[in-house]
Design a binder for this molecule. Sequence first.
Ligand SMILES: Cc1ncc(COP(=O)(O)O)c(CNc2conc2O)c1O
Length: 370
Amino acid sequence: TLQHYRPTRALINLEAIKENVRQLKKFLQPNVHIVAVVKANAYGHGDIQVTEAAIEAGATMLAVATPDEALHIRDFFPDIEILILGYTPVSFAKVAAEKNITLSVYSSDWITRLPTDVIQPIKVHIKVDSGMGRIGVTSIDELLDLYQSIEKSNCLILDGIFTHFATADEEDDSYFTKQVDKFKKFIDALPTKPRIVHVANTATMLTKDSTLQFDAVRFGISMYGLAPSPYVKNRLPFPIKEAFSLETELVAVKLLHKGESVGYGATFTAEESMYVGTIPIGYADGLIRRLGGQEVLIDGKRVPIIGRICMDQCMIALPTAYNIGEKVTLLGLQNKEEIAIDEWATKLETINYEIPCIITARVPRIYLKK
Ligand SMILES: Cc1ncc(COP(=O)(O)O)c(CNc2conc2O)c1O
C-alpha cells in the first residue's frame, strides 16, 4: 500500500457504512433492493471500499454517475449490477455490453445513433424526468416512443424505469406529490412493467410512504451517515453514523508576540503573546479559504484557524505550547467534542453532500475496518 509521509488523512469508518446499510435493510419492505449510490468516488469516501462494505451489509446493486466510474468498479466487482445514472455516449454502448453495465436511456434519437454492430445485450433503465428538469422523458408520448424503440432494437433490454425527486427532503410535499403522481401515470402507460421500478433517494425512503420503495431504493447520503436536510434529520427512522473524519498533526509550534502577524496578507495580528500551530493542510486539500476561522480540535479543545488558509498549510491558535505531532481533528470526534460535517456545510452555506466531495485526492482515505 502507498506510504503516506504527510500526517493529513481522511479516516473512513467502513463499519459505520455497513451499520447504516444494515439499518436500512431492516427498515425497508422485504424484497426491496438497496442500490448503493457510489458515484463521485462514493461521495468522496472511496468507491471500491464503500462498495465492498455496502455489498457485505446487504446492497445488491450499485449506481454511479459516469462510464468511467462504472468501469473502475467493474474492475474490482465482476458481477454486481451497476447502473449509470447519467448520460452515456453511444460510443460507450459496446463497452457497456461487454462489461454488463446498465445504462439510463431517455432519448429515441440516442437509440437510432447506436452502432449497428452491438450484438451483445445491453440492459437499460428508462429515465423519467417527472420534475427534476435534468435528464429524462417528459411526456407519455415520448415514453411510449422510447419504449417502442427499445423493443425494436436488437441489443437493448428494458430492465428498469426510474425518476428522481427534487424536493423529497423538504417539509412541503406539494411538488413531491406532483412528481409521484406524474411518474405513476408514466408507469401505468407502459405495456409491460420493467423488472426494476425505483424512485427513492434517501429522503424519500426514510420519510415518505413505503409504497414508494417499489422494487429498489437508491441509498446515497445516509449510507455515509449524513441526513439530506434538517427536516429529514429530525425524522430519521433509525440512527445513522457519520463515516468520514479528517485529521492531521502539528508540524510547527511558535510563540507569537503581541503585534506579530500570521498568514498571507498578515491578516491576523496577535493582540497579546500567544502560541500558534501550523498544520499541513490547505485549500489544495479541500480546506478552502472560506473556511478561515473554522474551529478544529486539539487535545479535545476547539481552536480557530487564524490568518488566511494557504495552499498546503494553515495556522491555528493554541491554548498552550503543544508538541510537534499532536493530533489535530478538522472533522470528527476528540473525547466529547465533535466537529461535524454539517458544521462546515453551515459555515460554507452549502449542503453536507458537498463536504466529503471537496476533500481532494491529495488527502489519502484510510479505512477503519472495525
Ligand atoms: C438519480 C439519483 N438517485 C439517487 C441519488 C441519491 O440521493 P441521496 O444521496 O439523497 O440518497 C442521487 C444523488 N444525486 C445528487 C446528490 O447531490 N447532488 C446530486 O445530483 C441521484 O442523482
